[in-house]
Ligand binder design. Structure first.
Ligand code: WT7
Length: 699
């Protein structure tokens, strides 16, 4: 890779769009390089395209197989890829049992409760093994779950979450964890889609200084699941606070069970791990897309676990001796891959923090890092921006030392990156900016921490074994390194790629493969590039910069929200006729949704209607989706065929130029809306980021 300080001379459209220029390189600190797992530059050669797919044996060999596999990649049913075929293994065994001989007394998980007066809870590998066995016994005997069944977990950041996940994995039961911050309704929809008859929840948990009644969501979720055709037989309730209850909702006889009581029967029990085929599904993770219905991404056992183990070792640089803290929530894919499965497969110590980073103050994460001697730290740009805003000098007050830091989930502004590097990392830590998606299982782009220089604002080159290509709308390649924007795709499958969308294989093919499939009957992976639904550009040095979603998904604080999901929720408010959701640039959270609605004839626009819309968003999705603003407009800007022009609304909300609107069916309404949002005087029109400029465009 050329070591130039300014990699791209020409200012491309994409660069203007993201408002920042190509930055100078930062070198990985020598102390980091001295101890890193991946320092041999031959990795590029070992994982070159002509070594594909056999190169991934290196990752599979990090696991313990009950039966070794015979076929690395089976493409006979393309694009439904099968990895490590013929192999059998158990994910729980690989994350727990196999570490007992060397590490039984080492901390596997450290749970840090939000209330600072509550002590951290340290769970050794031995203790984790015992607890997982007991829960597995309970799931099998009491809940009646067997291999292949789905079970929905709606759990916050408590140790019972990874313990329950691992217990499921031990039995080959497919877990579907729904982010704890999602509403009961959102949970119910996912229960129904996955066909779970058991829901596992908790009475409550601490967040932002408050004890949240979480069990209340379970009652709503069960009702919602039933409305969608799925009966829930059992609700199993973990307890956050021992004797005291965090919930006011009653337990329903014959349906709800207090796990404090139930688990007594299973004390000390052991359950043999079930040997699973490599292609057996390990879990479902729901995410948002273009249509209103969430997609259950189905991840495999052997391929997924190999990929997260390999990337945790090489990109996260995890050694068994490390104290690793990923501040994401286990309810998202980041937490599944890089709090639970990856780190535990490598016998690391993985920290679980219950609370929000800035409670009770912006020094909290740094006190935790100092006390527990955390040396690898992993978080999102939104959290970094929040911590910088609330306490720009806090990190310097604490004596912790990170060797490695990760950023994930959104583009990070170079200025924010530099604060992360200099102030949080104290100039001692290497940073990786990792780009990937729920569907991917693990990282797609990132620098190799000891080998590649860092470049603020760029995710970096592809990770070993991943071969991206940027395609234009016609499927032609945008020249590599040209700095021109296009749709980023991955040429080849990889072990961590999801297997399908649960219950909807057609949607899987249509969303990710149809657009660029070269030959739909082909059994050759070369004909099936994976369409990421992200815009990106590649600089002359081979580094990728991700420009954001191109599929009506808004990235709020690193979380994916489907605009259609929000819009259909709005339409359940009786006064509302039409709804359009657009992203607005936010200094801390990246993007936040803003909602435009029209109301039924004869209905007076009012604050009350706006508040109803906010409430329906919170109950149907969750507080993370709360809109910045609800705007009642006389009419929506529409094309002559009646399609709402969300791009025009997005431009207005972001004080951007609305562009040419003369071909619309009702151009006059655009100026009316603009005046009502921005005031009479014409604001200075500016150009904005690519995801907003292109938002909702017909493709
Ligand atoms: C979308 C995926 C799996 C990571 C957590 C989010 C955006 C993710 C980056 C990054 C710029 C990023 C993309 C992607 N994204 N990482 N490092 N730089 N953008 O998973 O909820 O499935 O969201 O997040 O737009 O498509 P997700």
């Amino acid at each position: 890779m050329p070591d130039t300080t300014t990699a791209v001379e020409e200012v491309s459209e994409a660069q203007i769009a993201v408002h920042w220029k190509e930055e100078e390189y930062y070198r990985p600190p020598a102390k980091f390089v001295g101890q890193a797992n991946l320092t041999d530059p031959s990795v590029t050669e070992r994982f070159s395209l002509d070594k594909f797919p056999e190169c991934f044996k290196e990752y599979a060999d990090m696991l313990t197989w009950d039966q070794y596999w015979h076929t690395t990649l089976d493409t006979s049913n393309a694009p439904f890829w099968k990895w490590f075929v013929g192999g059998k293994l158990n994910a729980c065994f690989n994350c727990v049992d196999r570490h007992l001989t060397r590490y039984q007394n080492k901390a596997a998980l450290i749970f840090v409760p939000e209330p600072e007066e509550e002590r951290p809870e340290i769970i050794t590998y031995r203790e984790l093994w015992q607890r997982v066995n007991e829960v597995a016994a309970m799931l099998r005997e009491f809940a009646g779950l067997k291999t292949g069944d789905r079970v929905t977990l709606h759990l916050p950041m408590v140790p019972e979450l990874p313990i329950t996940m691992l217990a499921c994995a031990r039995l080959g039961v497919i877990h579907s964890e729904v982010f704890g911050g999602f509403s009961g309704e959102a949970c119910g929809v996912r229960i129904a889609d996955s066909g779970s008859r058991v829901l596992i929840t908790i009475d409550g948990y601490y967040r932002n200084g408050k004890l949240i009644d979480h069990k209340a969501n379970a009652d709503i979720a069960v009702r919602m699941a039933e409305q969608n055709g799925q009966k829930v037989d059992k609700v199993l309730v973990w307890r956050r606070l021992g004797k005291q209850s965090a919930t006011a909702t009653p337990m329903i006889g014959g349906r709800d069970y207090d796990l404090r009581d139930v688990m007594k029967e299973f004390a000390g029990q052991k359950v043999a791990p079930v040997s699973m085929p490599a292609e057996a599904p390990l879990f479902l993770m729901y995410t948002s897309g273009t249509t209103g219905k969430p997609k259950g991404c189905q991840h495999s056992t052997g391929g997924y676990l190999s990929y997260v183990a390999g990337t945790s070792k090489y990109i996260q640089d995890i050694h068994p001796e490390d104290v690793y803290w990923c501040m994401a929530d286990i309810g998202w894919i980041t937490g599944h891959s890089y709090i639970v499965y990856g780190p535990l497969a490598l016998a690391a110590t993985s920290l679980i923090f219950e609370g929000v980073p800035v409670y009770p103050d912006a020094g909290r994460p740094w006190r935790i890092a100092e006390r527990l001697n955390v040396n690898i730290f992993h978080t999102s740009p939104t959290a970094i921006r929040m911590l910088r805003k609330a306490g720009p000098d806090e990190p310097g007050k604490y004596k912790y030392h990170f060797k490695h830091m990760t950023t994930v989930g959104e583009p990070i502004e170079p200025d924010v990156w530099r604060w992360y590097y200099t102030v949080v990392g104290k100039g001692e830590a290497v940073i990786v900016d990792t780009w990937w998606q729920t569907e991917n299982g693990g990282f797609l782009c990132s620098t190799k921490p000891a080998l590649d220089p860092m470049k603020p604002g760029s995710a970096g080159p592809a990770v070993p074994g991943i071969f991206p290509v940027i395609l234009d709308e016609n499927g032609d390649e945008v020249p590599a390194g040209s700095g021109r924007a296009g749709n980023i795709c991955i040429r080849n499958p990889w072990p961590g790629i999801f297997q399908t969308i649960w219950g909807d294989p057609d949607r899987y093919v249509n969303t990710y493969y149809r657009k660029y499939a070269k030959n739909k009957d082909s059994k050759d992976w070369r004909d099936w590039p994976y369409f990421c639904n992200d815009g990106a550009m590649q600089a002359a040095d081979g580094y990728y910069r991700i420009l954001g979603r191109i599929d009506d998904v808004i990235n709020v604080a690193g979380h994916r929200l489907g605009t259609k999901e929000l819009e259909s929720a709005c339409l359940t408010v009786e006064e509302v006729t039409e709804a359009a959701v657009v992203p607005v640039v936010d200094q801390v959270r990246g993007r936040v949704p803003e909602i435009y609605i029209t109301v039924k004839p004869g209905v007076q626009p009012s604050k009350a209607i706006e508040e109803k819309v906010v409430r329906v968003i919170e109950t149907s999705i969750g507080k993370i989706a709360r809109p910045k603003e609800v705007r009642i407009v006389p009419d929506m800007p529409k094309t002559r065929s009646g399609k709402i022009m969300r791009r025009v609304l997005a431009a207005i909300s972001n004080s951007m130029d609305v562009g040419d609107v003369t071909t619309l069916a009702n151009p006059e309404v655009v100026e009316q809306i603009r005046v009502s949002v921005q005031g009479k005087a014409k604001v200075e029109q500016k150009t904005g980021p690519e995801d907003i400029r292109k938002f909702g465009q017909e493709r």
